[in-house]
Structures are given as C-alpha cells and as structure tokens.
Design a protein around this ligand. Structure first.
Ligand code: NAD
Ligand code: LMR
Length: 325
C-alpha cells in the first residue's frame, strides 16, 4: 500500500474549497494514492469546514485516509506535501483584482512562513487566492528555505478558458488542441496567445484580428463575466483548473503539449527575475520547465510587457505595505 500523501487546502469552507476537496479525495488530482486532507479556515468558518469534513467522510472515498480541520496555519501545514492556498476574499462585481491586494496580501506572508517552518521538504504550493501571482510572490518571500520554484500561481483556469474558446471557434473538442499559452498576470492584462496551438498535432493559425478583437478579451474578462452571470466568482471551473495544475505537476504534462503556469521568473522571455508570471511550461519528474525559444509576435510582446509592468506594480505596492520581508 502506498503511503498517504498530505494535502492542505486553505479556504476550505469557501465555494472553491467545496468543489475542490471532493475531487482531491476521489483521486482526480494525485491519481491512485491515499490522501490525508488538512483543511485551514479562519475561526468563524471552522464550523462550516467541519461540515464539509463530515460530508467528505460520508462520501466514503476509498483513497481518503483522514480529514482534519484547523484554524492555525502552523498546524495545518505540518508535514504537508501539497499546499493549495485558496483562502482569500473573492472580488465582487465592479472590483478589479488590484483592489484585493491590501485585503488579501496579508494572508500569504504568515502562511508562507508556516509552510517554511512546518511543511515537508518536498512541499509544492499552488496559490489560487487573488491576486494569485503576487500572493505567491509574498508566500515564497516568507519561505526562504523552500526553493522558490515550488511556489506557483494558477493561470490554468485562463488556459482552460482559452482552450474552450478555441474549441468552440473550430468546432472541435478541446482534447484535440495542444500548446495554448497564457502569459503574464492572472488579471485582465493577461495575454492569451494561441499562436503555437496545434489541432491534432498540426498548426492551426488564427486570424490576428479575431485573436486581438474577440478571443483575447473574452478569455481575459471571463472571470468578470462569470461574476456578472452567477453573482459569485467562478468556483467549480477554478477547482477543476487547480486539479489540472497539480495533476500535471505531479504526473507530468502530455507528450508534445504544454500548459500555462505562473512561476517565479528566472528571466525567461525578459520577465524580470522573481516576478511570478504565467509561462508555457512542461512538467516531468515533478518539476516545471518553461518552454524556451518561442517567438512572440510584436502584439504579444507589447501586451506581455504591460502585464509584467502590472506585476511589478503589484510587487511594489505590497512592498510599500510592508508585506515583503
Ligand atoms: P469564498 O469567499 O467562497 O471562500 C474563501 C474562503 O477563504 C472563506 O471560507 C474564508 O473564510 C476563507 N479564508 C479567508 N481568509 C483565510 C485565511 N487567512 N486562512 C484560511 N482561510 C481563509 O471564495 P472562493 O470563491 O472560494 O475564492 C477564493 C479565492 O480564489 C478568491 O481570492 C478568488 O478571487 C480566487 N480565485 C482565483 C482564481 C484563479 O484562477 N486564480 C479563480 C477563481 C477564484
Ligand atoms: C476568475 O478568473 O474567475 C477569478 O480570478 C475570479 C475573478 O475575480 O475574476
């Protein structure tokens, strides 16, 4: 019997948490491995998280070994191998992600420190809570003993949204598409770039006017469109993207394909070192590797520079708030 893997999920009583936990417990994220779940909530929401824990037990997942609920980050991250940092306030209609900086950034320093001090040496972190890229930067900055590349932020939802739009445009299922890229920040400045997309392994080539005028804005504003339609921010699709991200990190990306992942830059594509930016990446052996050598169109280059400028401004804002060590 394989030893159980410890997974910590923050914001466990929230709407993403509710969609995410059952899929982790089912084996959708890590495959056929027993899982120990540790749920972190703020004290006021511990009761609701206990309710979710009761439902997880009632689902009788064969792979689910235990569920524990905490309101203390140090205890919640003790020995954890996978930390999914979801807990943060979502934006509501009319808010931009920048508005969340002050509200949410304060959560990620203490959690980064707790991960540094208590998590497994092999810990891998996915930040979902917004502004996800900058929250990942804050968490990593508070975890000097953990290699920076173990801190990632989620742009897989943007990637999946882009695939959905391309599939609809071409009238094909998304499973036939590969090599989509989203660059930059998980915000309305993100840069969905289908230039390298393959259909059944063959180049497609999309009309630049459609990409710039319809496709990219639709993908980049999809979060706001969901908030308008549902009256709440995306939840099940966000949870599904988190599952995809961790699944591929652990079990590898498909041969010949890549996915979009926000990673601390090592200077790739002239993104300043340390900013957590979305890149095309493959995964093998539990490590992400940025796809190198792609040619960026002038329009993509300009848009990526603007998104990176936004990331730099977010970093400067949290530094000014005293949230970076
Ligand atoms: P929600 O309000 O339903 O749930 C958030 C939960 O986090 C709440 O239960 C709250 O009590 C908890 N929480 C708050 N502070 C916490 C802390 N310090 N420690 C632990 N738990 C804490 O929100 P949601 O819809 O589940 O969204 C969660 C976050 O994910 C939001 O920031 C949202 O904007 C973001 N999000 C990101 C993406 C993405 O693609 N990266 C997609 C969708 C949503
Ligand atoms: C999304 O992309 O759906 C989330 O980041 C929620 C939001 O605020 O857009």
């Amino acid at each position: 019997m394989t030893a159980a893997t410890t997974v910590t999920v923050t914001g466990a009583a929230g709407q993403i948490g509710y969609a995410l936990l059952f899929r982790i417990a089912s084996g959708a994220m890590l495959g056929d491995r027993p899982v120990r779940l540790r749920l972190l909530e703020i004290p006021q929401a511990v009761g609701a998280a206990e309710g979710t824990a009761m439902e997880l037990a009632d689902a009788a997942f064969p792979l689910l070994e235990s569920v524990d609920v905490f309101d203390d980050p140090s205890a919640a991250f003790d020995g954890t191998e996978f930390a999914l940092l979801v807990g943060a306030r979502p934006r509501t209609a009319g808010m931009e992600r920048g508005d969340l900086l002050a509200a949410n950034a304060g959560i990620f320093g203490p959690q980064g420190r707790a991960i540094n001090d208590r998590a497994s040496d092999a810990v891998r972190v996915l930040v979902v809570g917004n502004p996800a890229n900058t929250n990942a930067l804050i968490a990593a900055a508070h975890a000097p003993d953990v290699p920076a590349e173990r801190f990632t932020a989620m742009t897989r939802l943007d990637h999946n949204r882009a695939l959905a739009q391309l599939g609809a445009k071409l009238g094909v299922g998304v499973g036939r598409l590969s090599r989509m890229t989203v660059w930059g920040n998980h915000s309305s400045t993100q840069v969905p770039d289908p230039a390298h997309v393959l259909l059944d392994g063959e180049p497609v080539g999309f009309d630049p006017a459609w990409v710039a005028g319809e496709f990219a804005p639709t993908v980049a504003t999809r979060g706001a469109a969901i908030i308008d339609a549902r009256g709440a921010s995306s939840a099940a699709s966000a949870a599904s993207a988190a599952i995809d991200h961790l699944h591929d990190w652990v079990l590898g990306t498909r041969d010949g394909d890549w996915v979009s992942v926000a990673l601390p830059s090592r200077g790739e594509y002239d993104v300043p070192e340390g900013l957590v930016s979305s890149f095309p990446a493959t995964s093998a052996g539990g490590e992400w590797r940025v796809v190198d050598g792609l040619e960026l169109s002038p329009a993509v280059r300009t848009a990526l520079d603007a998104s990176v400028a936004e990331l730099a401004a977010e970093r400067d804002a949290v530094r000014a708030l005293g949230l970076l060590p």
